[in-house]
Design a protein around this ligand. Structure first.
Ligand code: BYC
Length: 480
């Protein structure tokens, strides 16, 4: 079997030798119709017959893994693709460090491993469900295509996790694979597993913030799972990361283009005060303070996805070799952390203070800290755009204690600088920090579709480059 090139002959493209693995092949083929039904029911509403200029993975060679073509989404070739096996790979951390990486599930860690795979799997269809109404209000064909690219790849990421469940977890893996198609984002009875995946994505600024902030949690978690001693999980996540990069690109450049358009319109109209919100909104663009509030919302919701600051689950997942740290292979320490400590922000005597904690229990916090550093890079780039237009405004990530629902700060209220607030103060000032009903109404009012090639809605600048080097007037989606 050629591990770099993908076998496209059967129903399920793959580079895992499904042709010879009859049991798993049948299990996946049985799961396939349910997946297609889910996609038709819960995937992008409308547009199922449209021709979309999509990339499809045809190889796992980092130098040239995708091809572009027009595809009807239900006919997209969702496949099972693993990064090539590294000969002689060892478990890189935890108590089994240095032993051969597992090619089968280690029996004693089965339940823990399955839980990690199921949680990861659950987020993928959840995000497609959250984004299903956005097509109808897309600001351009270019953006519409990017939305659908993200959606089909999240669908493929679900396939990636379902393959692991079907191949390595027997009957209970099959049950979990079914359940992944049954839960629904935001459903009061059968919600998705993690909080942020039950929130709405009502407009395109939310979509860009989601792909910037929440897909970046995806990146961090996948990087941590890519270190896993369970080799099939590591290889799956390594390939998923290749696709994930485009999702964050969509988010970062999307927000950049919104900011750019706002700044340009303000300059042309001679408005220099970013807080003159009424005047800015009259230009048909989104004012910078409202962009900040959207960032506050999506950043804080995403921080909750890192779990509790102090977590025995996280300690166990590391100690047993199942989930590492961000880019564990580049870190220089003993990779076991049994005697190490890590500073954790905690609420002590009513004050937010750093406290040294056992490093193993603080692994969620550590990953979250790495995440915040990564988030700040893009925020710096956004600020450069504002600076370039000479406007006195800077975007800033809120304090980690702001608007939290999981962990140390879920019991308190804090402002964006981390100052504690009483419930009364919080209720009074909430709309200073988070989008208010009227902010939401304003943004929703701007969300009118623009489906003419080369045209863009009033509130967003065109991209600098086309996808696959296509010219500006390229028809990325032929709407049926
Ligand atoms: N919501 O010990 P703790 C992505 C639960 S995004 C609800 O701190 P742990 C993507 C927790 O389950 C990446 N419940 O938890 C992005 C536990 O429950 P049980 C997805 C929560 O395990 C965009 C209890 O609280 N991948 O790929 O250390 C588009 C105690 O908590 C939440 C992963 O997350 C929450 N936010 O940390 C598409 C990787 N947080 O077991 C895709 C896999 C915690 O006591 N998952 N709880 O009933 C993990 O590594 C960990 O499970 C978590 C939680 C980091 C999520």
């Amino acid at each position: 079997m050629n591990i770099v090139n993908v076998d496209y002959d059967g129903l399920i493209p793959n580079n895992v030798g499904l042709g010879q693995d009859v049991r798993v092949k049948h299990a996946l083929e049985k799961w396939h119709p349910g997946y297609i039904n889910w996609w038709k029911d819960m995937g992008p509403e409308g547009f199922q017959e449209s021709l979309v200029y999509l990339r499809t993975a045809v190889s796992v060679d980092p130098k040239g893994w995708a091809k572009f073509d027009y595809v009807r989404m239900p006919k997209y070739r969702w496949g099972v693709l693993l990064a090539p096996q590294v000969e002689g790979r060892k478990i890189p951390f935890g108590r089994h460090r240095g032993e051969d990486a597992w090619q089968e599930v280690p029996g004693e860690y089965r339940a823990m491993l399955r839980r990690l795979v199921v949680i990861q799997g659950d987020t993928e269809p959840a995000s497609v469900e959250q984004q299903r109404y956005l097509g109808k209000i897309a600001p351009s064909l270019y953006d519409l295509r990017n939305l659908f690219q993200v959606n089909v790849e999240e669908g493929r990421h679900l396939w990636a996790m379902v393959y692991l469940l079907q191949k390595y977890f027997g009957a209970d893996g099959r049950e979990e694979a079914e359940a992944l198609l049954q839960r629904r984002s935001g459903d009061p009875d059968t919600p998705r597993m993690l909080g942020a995946f039950n929130e709405k994505t009502p407009d395109w600024l939310s979509f860009f913030m989601f792909t910037y902030f929440t897909d970046r949690d995806g990146k961090m978690q996948l990087e941590a799972l890519a270190q896993s001693g369970f080799d099939p999980l590591s290889r799956t996540c390594r390939f998923m990361l290749t696709e994930e990069a485009h999702h964050m690109f969509v988010g970062e450049t999307g927000v950049t283009r919104v900011i750019q358009r706002t700044c340009e319109a303000m300059k042309v109209a001679g408005i220099n005060d970013p807080y003159n919100i009424e005047a800015v909104r009259k230009l048909g663009v989104i004012d910078l303070p409202t962009i900040q509030k959207k960032a506050n919302l999506h950043f804080s919701l995403t921080l909750d996805l890192f779990g509790n600051e102090i977590s025995t689950n996280a300690a166990n997942a590391f100690h047993t070799g199942l989930k590492g740290r961000y880019r564990e292979d580049r870190l220089k320490d003993d990779h076991q952390l049994e005697n190490a400590t890590y500073p954790v922000l905690r609420l002590i005597d009513g004050k937010i203070q750093a406290e040294d904690s056992p490093a193993l229990s603080a692994l969620n916090m550590r990953l979250r800290d790495d995440y915040v550093v990564d988030c700040n890079i893009g925020v710096g780039r956004w600020n450069k755009v504002i600076e370039h237009h000479g406007l006195p405004f800077q975007l800033k990530l809120p304090h980690v204690a702001f608007h939290r629902h999981i962990g140390e700060f879920s019991s308190i209220k804090a402002d964006v600088n981390g100052n504690l607030l009483s419930d009364v103060e919080w209720n009074k000032r909430r709309s200073e920090f988070l989008p208010s009903d009227s902010d939401r109404e304003f943004i929703e009012g701007l969300m009118r579709p623009q489906f003419e090639p080369a045209k863009f809605a009033s509130w967003i600048a065109p991209p600098r480059l086309g996808i696959d080097n296509k010219p500006g007037d390229f028809e990325y989606v032929k709407i049926a």
